[in-house]
Design a protein around this ligand. Structure first.
Ligand code: ADP
Ligand code: ZN
Length: 531
């Protein structure tokens, strides 16, 4: 279909109604589509679930020729194409999962002008054959999805993306639209530079989800805390509970069921039939809770998810934002609730150390975790911290709709407490060549004569009992925050505590350690069964 650009806007809207069955554009979609349809380049920053796909699918349908979509997510291409075909859009893909014949069929359709949308993996553009193929048919628009992959320092940098600048050189008349959900200023700049799109118009959607209330509570008895949260605030509501392991997914679903909350498990270890059944129940029924690993949620569009709960710490702020973002798509008040504790930090630091990845991978994983921990430990507004992370320095001091705004946590000078923890570790290591986990260190500080303390003569240490001014939960908070701040590290499969280079500055009194006071623990549900 060729249309003069003067009527393009109504054409875009008509396509939205007729093909996709939606009433209206969301947010910036209309402005973006209008710009692309008119032939302009654009860089689009929009959070996951914001509706990026329509921004290139509609121009691909409205402009004449085939829209070529460069995407690194090969595993999703088949699904995307199937979904478009179900709507009557002539879509196809070319990637390494196809055999020769399948590829030839796609190529023939493309050359015959029978495709509205063609998905391509970026590595294919390094092949002269692909460029040759593209030059033999009419292209309506180039969409570069996951455009942050071009950022060299980014977390999933792909050299293939660097070659994409040639699209502008070889097809100067075809508009390009680069899309990403990762929106730091640096990424933004790199996309523009490396893709060679100096004249592109930038569209930056807000990452703020004002109807979501962000809360992070200290983890004590997570399942009971979850139950209390659900009973008190979300009785009868649909929601998702994320857990790290399949085992805890199962246990949590069972626990909720025993306590009168309808819940089903979802993880990659369940057979396809069960997964599909639980997913469709979640979409169809009202008030079902799904306990899931992060395998659940991709492509799920349920508007009335009232809460997303995390029983374990997500590995990155991106992950946290994406998962919590599944709540409240309908704009109504929703809660993002998370229980977080010392063990989360120990476990994730351990996992990173024991991972198969190379040094660069571990450094990246550690820096992602650090940002996540900073969000957990902040005494400032969670929303402001999130938005700042995504490069949207909101001038807002406080949002009024997150736990730290609703009940600002106090901070205290934890320098002496930190020194006590660190010097206990020094004593054990230097005088005895021993390493222990947080539990033993805290028992020593509290002067507890446990069997293990007696066994190792730890009651003979000069630091034994020097920490009686704080309660056990407070010491756990101190250790957790030292780990989060990089003033302490974990080592080995038992998660023993060791010093870092930074620890010396605390022991040497060269710096102050500011800590967040542990908020009072909300009462857990008293009548919980099965714990
Ligand atoms: P992103 O790629 O930004 O993560 P998607 O393009 O997958 O987001 O869109 C997320 C969901 O929102 C999809 O289910 C999509 O169909 C839906 N959606 C997008 N735009 C609209 C709209 N204007 N009206 C209604 N639903 C929309
Ligand atoms: Zn706030």
């Amino acid at each position: 279909v060729t249309v003069p650009s003067a009527v393009a806007e109504s054409d875009a809207l008509r396509t939205l109604h007729r093909v996709f069955g939606y009433d209206a554009f969301r947010g910036e979609q209309e402005a973006i589509i209008e710009h692309v349809v008119a032939g302009g380049d654009s860089v689009v920053l929009m959070p996951t679930g914001g509706g990026k796909s329509l921004c290139y699918q509609i121009p691909a349908l409205v402009r004449s020729g085939t829209g070529v979509v460069i995407s690194p997510l090969i595993a999703l291409m088949q699904d995307q194409v199937d979904a478009l075909r179900a709507l009557g859009v002539r879509a196809g893909f070319i990637n390494s999962t196809q055999d020769f014949d399948e590829r030839r069929v796609m190529e023939a359709e493309f050359l015959a002008g029978e495709l509205d949308v063609l998905y391509l993996a970026p590595e294919r553009l390094r092949l002269e054959g692909t460029l040759d193929l593209l030059s033999r048919a009419k292209i309506s628009v180039f969409a570069i999805d996951e455009a942050h992959c071009v950022a060299q320092w980014g977390h999933d940098f792909r050299p293939d993306y660097l070659a994409l600048s040639l699209l502008g050189e070889r097809w100067p008349d075809v508009p390009r639209i680069a899309l990403t959900a990762t929106a730091t200023h640096a990424t933004h700049r790199e996309i523009t530079e490396r893709l060679g799109m100096p004249d592109a118009k930038h569209f930056v959607a807000s990452f703020d989800r004002p109807n979501i209330q962000y809360r992070i509570v200290p983890k004590a008895e997570p399942k009971k805390q979850l139950l209390a949260f659900l009973k008190e605030e979300h009785a009868g509501d649909a929601g998702i509970v994320y857990c790290l392991s399949r085992n805890s997914v199962e246990k949590t679903a069972e626990f909720l069921c025993k306590n009168g909350i309808e819940a089903v498990p979802y993880h990659a270890g369940l057979d396809g039939g069960t997964r599909a059944r639980h997913q469709s129940r979640f979409l169809r029924e009202e008030g079902l809770v799904v306990c899931a690993t992060i395998a659940f949620g991709m492509g799920i569009d349920k508007p009335d998810v009232r809460f997303v709960a995390h029983l374990d710490l997500p590995k990155s702020v991106e992950g946290y934002y994406q998962e919590t973002g599944r709540a409240g798509r309908d704009g109504l008040p929703s809660t993002a609730w998370m229980a977080y504790g010392l063990q989360d930090v120990v476990q994730q630091r351990k996992m990173i150390q024991g991972s198969e990845g190379d040094e660069a991978f571990r450094r990246r994983a550690a820096s992602h975790l650090d940002s996540m921990l900073a969000l957990c430990e902040t005494a400032q507004c969670r929303r402001a911290q999130l938005l700042t992370y995504f490069g949207q320095d909101a001038a807002r001091e406080s949002c009024g709709n997150c736990d730290t705004c609703l009940a600002p946590p106090e901070t205290w000078d934890g320098t002496v407490a930190a020194q006590k923890v660190l010097s206990t570790i020094v004593r054990l290591q230097r005088e005895r060549g021993q390493k222990f986990g947080a539990g033993q260190i805290i028992d020593i500080l509290l002067g507890k004569k446990t069997a293990k303390v007696i066994q190792f003569d730890h009651d003979q240490l000069s630091v034994f009992g020097i920490g009686e001014e704080l309660a056990e939960a407070e010491w756990r908070g101190v250790v957790r925050q030292l780990l989060a701040q990089g003033l302490l590290a974990v080592e080995g499969e038992y998660g023993t505590l060791v010093l870092t280079e930074e620890s010396g500055t605390v022991l040497g009194r060269e710096r102050e350690v500011r800590l967040r006071k542990e908020p009072k623990r909300p009462a857990a549900a008293k009548s919980a069964k099965g714990e």
